[in-house]
Design a protein. Structure first.
Length: 279
């Protein structure tokens, strides 16, 4: 039982393109198992373009599109509420209709007052939803569970921790402790070769700490070969049969990772498992 998880927040942005959300189903499943309250935010993007730029005809078209997207968001929210009710999950639903900057502020306000936030994976680094993920990671102060489209059922029996001994990884482990303590097996995975970890057995110092919290822990060190770090993490998590991955986010600046690549960007671009990240 995930006794310390009391409030879960899931956010979906309706942009009028017929998107679906694995994060919603995942959040309902997690909230059901944890007996937590679920807050569902189904936001609709509002396009605000001055009539002086597009003319009256253009303004009417934009107004029509805004109403269409808002109606889709309301319908999505009704279905989401129905799914939560069927699962016996107590939930609160809101459907803000906001421009992007206000939408980010609204998401952060909710994320900061919940135990964790759940968002859909966005592979494209330049899409709006990736911006919301990054805002939640950098500015909410709370952990974020990022869910790929193939994951709709919450499970945390087997968890892999991507451990490099850094501050972000330590924060992620602390935030994930409710899941780690309840898991059947936890693997601390360290990928060596990218940085100098020769002065210690990577992960060995973390294992006793987790064991004191009731986790069943193993430690595995993998030497980096032809794959990058993110690819190695994905491969090892699959071999372990992990339900999700715990890792720190953005050791380097977002701009540097976007330009040069990095573990966070690589995992967000391609990961078949949910990822619990903290920064």
């Amino acid at each position: 039982m995930l006794k310390s998880i009391k409030s879960v927040f899931v956010a979906f942005t309706e942009e009028g393109r017929g998107e679906r959300s694995a994060a919603l189903a995942y959040a309902v499943s997690l909230s059901q198992q944890a007996r937590a309250h679920l807050t569902i935010q189904v936001a609709s993007m509002r396009y605000a373009v001055p009539a002086s730029l597009v003319g009256q005809f253009g303004a009417r078209l934009i107004g029509t599109e805004n109403r269409r997207i808002a109606a889709l968001a309301e319908a999505f929210a009704d279905n989401a509420k129905g799914s939560a009710d069927l699962a016996g999950v107590t939930c609160t639903v809101e459907t803000p209709h906001l421009v992007y900057s206000s939408l980010t502020d609204r998401l952060l306000a909710y994320a900061r007052v919940h135990d964790l936030s759940i968002l859909d994976l966005e592979k494209d680094a330049v899409q709006r939803d990736r911006g919301l993920i990054e805002a939640a990671l950098f500015e909410s102060g709370r952990p974020v569970l990022i869910v790929p489209e193939t994951s709709e059922h919450f499970s945390a029996k087997r968890i892999v921790i991507a451990w490099d001994g850094g501050a972000s990884a330590a924060r992620a482990v602390a935030d994930a402790m409710p899941f780690l303590s309840a898991a059947e097996e936890v693997e601390i995975l360290s990928v060596t070769g990218e940085k100098d970890l020769t002065s210690l057995i990577a992960g060995a110092d973390l294992a006793p700490h987790l064991a004191r919290h009731g986790a069943s822990v193993t430690v595995k060190n993998v030497v980096l070969s032809k794959q990058d770090v993110a690819g190695t993490i994905r491969q090892e998590a699959a071999a372990f049969g992990a339900d999700f991955i715990v890792c720190g986010a953005y050791k380097h600046s977002r701009l540097r990772e976007w330009l040069l690549g990095g573990v966070t960007q690589s995992l967000l671009k391609d990961c078949p498992l949910p990822i619990l990240m903290s920064h």
